[in-house]
Design a protein around this ligand. Structure first.
Ligand SMILES: Nc1ncnc2c1ncn2[C@@H]1O[C@H](COP(=O)(O)OP(=O)(O)OP(=O)(O)O)[C@@H](O)[C@H]1O
Ligand SMILES: [Mg+2]
Length: 265
């Protein structure tokens, strides 16, 4: 099927979730009809659906405040899920705490404050394996192969690194526990165009090592270019979902979410 699927409210005010549930069959990670929020009585996610099949790179785009970070935090047990369910390989993981999720193979790189600036690169990566210190050497070797600069500069404090280098440390830390799925919140934010390119290349590379990825991005076009499938999130709901390419070519998505940059492509 080509073309993007509109999955938010239809004319009758009801969502057709059958396409989501059908395609999500056998998913590695599944979020089904999530309702979540921070303050009592205020829902930020209003029935959010998402799935990631083994090996997929899934992108989430949408306006500021749409709930993209909240969705990742809900998947990672950092926001109270009021209803709906999150499963990993079919097992209910809704509301499990972050350390339990890390052990089960879910990695998360938050949007901000994702490294310990006063610690060295090596110590930051050690924090990634605090639940399994014996794995440090083996996993450090894996991360250093993926990001050679981190291995070469392992004694340097993370606080003295550039924004792009810090992002590599943050991703490296999350990879230390050999996640099957990695949740990335705006990995290219605040970086120069050249460094953004580097981050997107790295994310692809990580995905090619077999790690499934869910990536939230404000750089919507670049995100859709590299992802297998994308979701457009708006007001705490998925507004559209399709392959990255179909979303990029969809006039409605261009008009509402990609703006003039996309039209000038
Ligand atoms: N800790 C919090 N407590 C209360 N409200 C919050 C909290 N964090 C986020 N929100 C609210 O939830 C809504 C969604 O925020 P969220 O950070 O998920 O959006 P986003 O799509 O990631 O936006 P951006 O593109 O700016 O990162 C916003 O209205 C925000 O004010
Ligand atoms: Mg955000």
């Amino acid at each position: 099927m080509s073309g993007s699927t509109r999955i938010a409210d239809g004319d009758d005010g009801r969502r057709d979730r059958s396409a989501h549930l059908g395609a999500a069959e056998g998913a590695l990670l599944l979020a089904d009809d999530l309702v979540a929020g921070y303050v009592p009585g205020v829902n930020i996610l209003n029935g959010c659906d998402l799935y990631v099949q083994e090996g997929e790179l899934v992108g989430i785009i949408g306006p500021n405040g749409a709930g993209k970070s909240t969705l990742l935090k809900a998947l990672f047990g950092l926001v109270n899920v009021r209803s709906g369910v999150v499963t990993l390989r079919g097992q209910d993981i809704t509301g499990l705490k972050a350390h339990a999720l890390v052990r089960k193979g879910v990695g998360f790189v938050p949007q901000t404050e994702n490294v310990f600036p006063s610690l060295t690169i090596e110590e930051n990566l050690q924090m990634g394996t605090f639940q399994a210190p014996k794995r440090f050497a083996e996993r450090f070797a894996f991360v250093a192969e993926l990001f050679p600069a981190l291995g070469e500069r392992r004694k340097q404090r993370a606080g003295s690194l550039s924004g792009g280098e810090r992002q590599m440390v943050a991703m490296g830390r999350a990879l230390m526990m050999e996640p099957s799925v990695l949740l990335l919140d705006e990995p290219s934010a605040g970086l120069s165009p050249a460094l953004q390119d580097e981050v997107f290349i790295r994310v692809r590379q990580i995905n090619r090592t077999g790690v499934s990825v869910v990536m939230v991005e404000q750089n919507a076009r670049r995100c859709l270019q590299i992802c297998d499938r994308g979701y457009v999130l708006d007001q705490g709901r998925n507004a559209y979902t399709a392959s990255g390419k179909d979303l990029m070519d969809d006039p409605k998505v261009i008009e509402l979410y990609l703006g003039t940059l996309a039209q000038a492509r």
